[in-house]
Design a protein around this ligand. Structure first.
Ligand SMILES: C[S@@+](CC[C@H](N)C(=O)[O-])C[C@H]1O[C@@H](n2cnc3c(N)ncnc32)[C@H](O)[C@@H]1O
Length: 239
């Protein structure tokens, strides 16, 4: 059994314990969440979501943005002409902030990415940003996303990833494991959550490994792009 330590913010928990910790944590960090995203990434996160939305090819499509959080990716998908965007998350306080940003035509849904309340083949696209590290069962989550996509539909996953070893990886590790928890603690008062954030990446699959897991989950082809000096990846998987 994994034992969570005070310094990993609970990232080593598994199963239901991890799911409940993640849900509680995101409900608590809502007030400073958007500000921290902008500060941590120097505003790049908005550009990454815009690109992820473009890669989803949302024009006239039925789209599910799961783990929508405060709704930034759902809003981008809507701006890019999706016929329908459903914005789902399992943290109700996140959805309350999303509701203030999103037009009324985007329905909000309290839903678990690992148990989606939709029939098979309901969507042309499923998207998510910064979800996968948080799942208690990554493979079950990927299979569930495949299930709700029609054949030929697209899954777009925007996620932080570990840069390849080298000078940038050293800088990234200092920034992500030392500076971000201190900044997050100071800005949001939720230091544990910003300890959890880097530690949730420590055992997360590398981009090529995630591509393999997507194939194992039933996708027929996968490719990915690295951004942010190799610290961010967008995977595009075809159902
Ligand atoms: C880092 S935030 C990302 C939010 C948003 N996508 C963004 O780009 O800012 C992760 C989100 O995933 C949600 N989440 C984590 N696990 C989930 C699950 N199993 N089902 C639904 N939402 C989940 C959290 O509640 C949180 O809102």
């Amino acid at each position: 059994m994994a034992i969570s330590t005070p310094t990993d913010g609970g990232a080593s928990l598994q199963g239901e314990a991890k799911a409940r910790l993640v849900q509680r944590m995101f409900n608590r960090i809502v007030p400073g969440y958007d500000l921290m995203n902008r500060l941590m990434t120097a505003g790049m996160d908005l550009r990454w979501r815009r690109l992820a939305a473009r890669l989803a090819q949302p024009f006239a499509a039925q789209v599910l943005d799961i783990a929508t959080g405060t709704g930034d990716l759902a809003l981008e998908l809507w701006h890019q002409g999706a016929a329908t965007v459903i914005a789902g998350d399992f943290a109700v306080h996140m959805l309350q902030v999303a509701q203030q940003k999103l037009p009324e035509s985007i329905p909000l849904l309290l839903a678990d990415a690992q148990n989606l309340p939709f029939a098979d083949a309901s969507f042309d696209c499923v998207t998510h940003a910064f979800l996968l590290r948080n799942l208690s069962d990554l493979d079950a989550g990927l299979r569930e996303m495949r299930r709700v996509l029609r054949s030929g539909g697209r899954l777009v996953c925007l996620e932080i990833t570990r840069p390849e070893p080298g000078i940038f990886a050293h800088l990234f590790n200092f920034y992500f494991y030392r500076f971000v928890p201190a900044l997050g603690g100071a800005i949001t008062g939720q230091r544990a959550a910003y300890h959890y954030l880097p530690h949730s990446l420590t055992t997360f699959p590398r981009p090529y490994q995630l591509a393999e897991r997507l194939i194992q989950a039933g996708f027929s082809s996968v490719h990915y792009q690295l951004l942010g000096f190799g610290a961010v990846a967008i995977h595009i998987a075809i159902a």
